[in-house]
Design a protein around this ligand. Structure first.
Ligand SMILES: Cc1cc2nc3c(=O)[nH]c(=O)nc-3n(C[C@H](O)[C@H](O)[C@H](O)COP(=O)(O)OP(=O)(O)OC[C@H]3O[C@@H](n4cnc5c(N)ncnc54)[C@H](O)[C@@H]3O)c2cc1C
Ligand SMILES: NC(=O)c1ccc[n+]([C@@H]2O[C@H](COP(=O)([O-])OP(=O)(O)OC[C@H]3O[C@@H](n4cnc5c(N)ncnc54)[C@H](O)[C@@H]3O)[C@@H](O)[C@H]2O)c1
Length: 460
């Protein structure tokens, strides 16, 4: 079979692969993009987008219920069938054709198939075609749900993020393993759609990477919705008679939790076994990810990049897209490198209350040796809060590095707080001195006046 040659070959058309291809093609390079399943990746079809579509109806209803005058107009309950139909619209019924014009307009060659590395600057597709790259190969193959080593778990055919985000009907009951962002979001979403939900987390709190007050508020709100939250539990085995029968999760002490379906949301795994890394002498790191430098290059391979979930730095769509821009710029000879990354990346968990955070938590900053302190105010404790998120639980925290007079972290919990995050991200990434930040006056009566309260509390 003849070999095709391109300037750059990108493996995986999730958010990271798409952005890298687009930026390189916009700069005039000849780009091939290879995808084995759906263009748009996990985020568009089985991740961010459907999960937010499933969460939004109950949160919109809750907001209306907080507003006298509007609350009285709501006489019914959430319509699960309509919510699922809207979710289907958001994921285009698992059809990726809406994503294709964007690729075609840029002159990117889209190849459908499974790609494997085949030595330096080369790949093969599962139909036997071989492609070579003049400049670089960008790996962006994403991640899948990891199955923890629990007896009987695989045999019980659990749901992963793929089934939970695309389910066509509400199961009567659901047990969720894992209280990270996926478990916390999906437990609330499916509880509000009508399922009985039990959430099992091995650690002593949900959302372990966030401030402890955020974990406490999300736990309390989940319980108020009717989710049974169990933390500090050890699962010893899972039993199921047939693929479709009820599932029994057996905990230490032989206590059993039974449900119609089981969701595993216990972290991610990168499918590296069949990627041909061995043909270019690259080994996964101890956590099973592909290690990269701050330019996204694989160490020692100046033609090979790994971006998005697969490098394990920050498993978030916007961070994968950021890494894609960094990798593309490096290939284009405009080198730059990551500034804020890993656990300090901007992030929003879309639970009730939402948890929007960037930079260090207080404990993280202290562990890193910073001279840090925290100031907290109630998120709805200002005039703007009389109109939005009224009486909803929420806390806004700044973590301040007194050594440098800078904000090094922020966590804002509350109803609809997601768009507060960008101001905090600019303050943290831009290292805006506190006495300059004090001059960024929030308009009245917006909820952004939390910034005023926080800075006053910090002593400005
Ligand atoms: C339920 C859920 C909710 C989420 N919510 C959010 C959120 O609200 N915000 C957020 O920022 N992040 C969220 N995430 C995380 C987000 O989905 C991921 O960080 C993001 O999808 C990673 O993008 P990626 O391009 O690295 O990989 P993916 O999106 O996984 O895309 C990789 C692509 O590569 C393809 N591929 C794999 N192997 C090959 C091969 N050998 N050859 C060809 N193609 C291949 C795959 O088919 C896939 O399309 C969520 C994740 C889940 C599961
Ligand atoms: N809103 C968002 O931005 C969003 C939403 C969903 C997912 N994501 C991304 O997707 C990634 C994966 O999410 P996730 O929630 O699967 O992973 P995670 O690693 O963040 O959380 C997994 C949780 O499962 C627990 N766990 C592991 N094994 C267990 C066991 N045997 N029994 C009970 N609990 C167990 C862990 O202690 C942990 O709390 C995250 O890193 C996140 O970045 C982001």
């Amino acid at each position: 079979m003849p070999e095709d040659q391109f300037d750059v070959i990108v493996l995986g058309a999730g958010p990271a692969g798409e952005v890298a291809s687009g930026r390189l093609a916009d700069a005039g390079l000849e780009v091939a993009l290879v995808e084995r399943h759906l263009v748009g990746g996990e985020c568009s079809f089985y991740g961010c987008m459907p999960s937010k579509a499933l969460l939004r109806p109950a949160q919109a209803l809750a907001e209306v219920a907080r507003i006298p005058g509007a609350a009285e107009a709501v006489t019914g309950t959430l319509d699960a069938a309509a919510a699922l139909a809207r979710r289907d619209e958001v994921i285009h019924d698992l059809d990726d054709s809406a994503q294709l014009p964007w690729i075609e307009e840029r002159g990117i060659t889209l190849l459908r198939g499974v790609a494997t590395l085949d030595g330096e600057k080369a790949i093969v597709l599962d139909d036997g075609r071989r492609l070579t790259a003049r400049r670089a190969i960008v790996l962006a193959v994403g991640s899948r749900a990891a199955l923890p080593p629990i007896d009987g778990l695989a045999e019980a055919v659990p749901w992963t993020n793929r089934e939970i985000t695309t389910a066509k009907a509400v199961p009567a009951s659901l047990v969720v393993i894992g209280g990270g962002p996926i478990g916390a979001e999906m437990a609330q979403a499916w509880r509000t759609l009508g399922a009985e939900v039990t959430l099992l987390e091995v650690a002593d709190r949900l959302l372990l990477k966030e401030e402890p007050f955020a974990s406490a508020q999300v736990t309390e709100a989940s319980e108020a919705l009717g989710v049974t939250v169990r933390t500090g539990v050890r699962i010893v085995r899972v039993e199921r008679d047939a693929d479709t029968g009820p599932v029994r999760v057996v905990l230490e002490g032989e206590e059993t939790v039974e449900a119609a379906e089981l969701l595993v949301a216990a972290g991610r795994h990168v499918p590296l076994d069949d990627l041909g890394l061995v043909t270019v002498g690259v080994k996964p790191d101890a956590r099973g990810f592909v290690e990269v430098e701050d330019t996204m290059r694989v160490p020692g391979r100046d033609w090979l990049y790994a971006i998005g979930d697969m490098n394990g730095r920050a498993l978030l769509t916007h961070m994968g897209k950021y890494q894609a821009r960094i990798a593309a710029d490096d290939i284009l000879g405009r080198p730059t490198s990551v500034r804020l990354d890993g656990a300090r990346s901007p992030r929003v968990t879309f639970t009730e209350p939402q948890v929007a955070a960037v930079g260090w938590t207080l404990d993280g900053a202290l562990e890193a040796g910073l001279q840090a302190r925290a100031v907290d105010v109630a998120t709805s404790g200002n005039a703007g809060g009389s109109f939005y998120g009224r009486n909803a639980p929420g806390t806004a925290r700044l973590v301040i590095d007194d050594g440098r007079g800078l904000v090094v972290g922020a966590t804002i919990t509350g109803a609809d707080v997601q768009d507060f995050l960008q101001a905090a991200t600019i303050a943290v990434v831009g290292e805006v001195p506190l006495d300059v930040l004090w001059h960024a006056v929030p308009a009245f009566p917006t909820r952004s006046e939390i910034w005023l309260r926080l800075l006053e509390k910090a002593g400005l």
